[in-house]
Design a protein around this ligand. Sequence first.
Ligand SMILES: Nc1ncnc2c1ncn2[C@@H]1O[C@H](COP(=O)(O)OP(=O)(O)OP(=O)(O)O)[C@@H](O)[C@H]1O
Length: 313
Amino acid sequence: MGDLAGPPVISTAGLTKHYGTVHALTDLTVEVGAGVTGLVGANGAGKSTLIKILLGLLEPTSGRASVLGHDIEHDSHDIRRLVGYMPEHDCLPPDTSASDFVVHMARMSGLGASAARERAADVLRHVGLEEERYRPMGGYSTGMKQRAKLAQALVHDPRLVFLDEPTNGLDPAARTDMLRLVQRIGTDFGIAVLVTSHLLGELERVSDHVIVLDGGHLLRSSATGDFLRRTGRMLVEVVGTETERDRLGQALAQRGLTCRPRGTMVAIDPPASDVAVHDLVRDLAAELGLGLMRLEPDRGHLEDVFMEGAPRA
Ligand SMILES: Nc1ncnc2c1ncn2[C@@H]1O[C@H](COP(=O)(O)OP(=O)(O)OP(=O)(O)O)[C@@H](O)[C@H]1O
């Protein structure tokens, strides 16, 4: 999926962009494969700059890049035909309906009038804009605007889409819906996706691969599973309240294990000696009359890469 079977979808070599004295991107060499790739980094890390260079909207100061086998310097016309772009900032004409806007974008991509209408209706349905698509976009909620921006990025049936901060400004429920949609673009429609977020952990569930930028430098580029490596700790949850949680925690501590409460669960450090933690937890829960709800490895998270100050790739 995100790992590089076949030619890379995006490839950069020594890509650098300076805005006067601001070094927005420094010597970026990275490859992006099929599937969903998360591009994460704090505000100002260089994510939008990279996307704009790949689209041919900005010229790099130095370095090279190709998108779907096309060189950004010479083939930006081909690239824009094959790539969809959902920009970060609001760019929607307020007096136009999403339906008219997306039909217009479809016509601009070369579709005839009836094909454009059909395709626009399909794509608006896929992104979840129903009757509201006939209303002027100026009155839309942020979530509806994000969906309209996404629809215009997909309407010409691209092979790759750049989604710049698609969850920006959304409440948690709308954020989850948008992330599901992003994942479906990759899996159901088979379109390669490069999606950005300044919320470091947000994309770990929907991305096959994650690229982390920090101040214009590549911090890390790995399959998502490699970020979420095992920590060696176990998490256990029992039926009941904090009282039951703490009874189990105390019993584990009496057996020499180091553990601490984490929310409704107990986190158990890797045992110093060769103790079978699974068996011990099961036996103790039975002994104490506690119902086991969950016993699983505690995986790391994307944020940990920043906390650990991982070496630059
Ligand atoms: N046109 C510009 N002129 C000068 N500096 C710029 C320009 N555009 C971006 N920058 C600077 O370049 C750096 C990278 O910006 P960029 O927008 O690429 O980051 P980002 O990771 O997309 O962050 P954000 O999500 O806040 O847009 C920042 O320091 C930003 O202030």
